[in-house]
Structures are given as structure tokens and as C-alpha cells.
Design a protein. Structure first.
Length: 55
């Protein structure tokens, strides 16, 4: 195993870890979608405050 093989394995590990974190965040946000607890989703910021929900 040379240095380029090790680099390839590290990059694959980083990619898989990032993908796993993204999928877990997405699934958790979808599961929480039914509650009306006034919290924004992980993709929204405070600038996306929706005034229609208060009416």
C-alpha cells in the first residue's frame, strides 16, 4: 500500500462520513416536520421567518 492508496482511502472515508451525516440530518428533520414547535428546519435561517403561520 503506497501513499496514493492511503490518500484514496482517507478521501473515501471522509466522503462516506459526510454523506452519512447529511442523510441523518435530513431524516431527522423530515421526522420532526409534523410538529408545530416554531423551530426552523436545519436548512432555514432566521431570515426565513414566515408571518403566515401566525395568522
Amino acid at each position: 500500500m503506497n501513499q496514493s492508496d492511503l490518500l484514496f482511502l482517507v478521501l473515501i472515508l471522509i466522503t462516506l462520513t459526510s454523506l452519512t451525516v447529511f442523510v441523518v440530518q435530513f431524516v431527522r428533520s423530515r421526522r420532526r416536520g409534523g410538529e408545530d414547535d416554531r423551530r426552523a428546519g436545519w436548512w432555514e435561517g432566521p431570515w426565513d421567518d414566515d408571518d403566515d403561520r401566525r395568522r
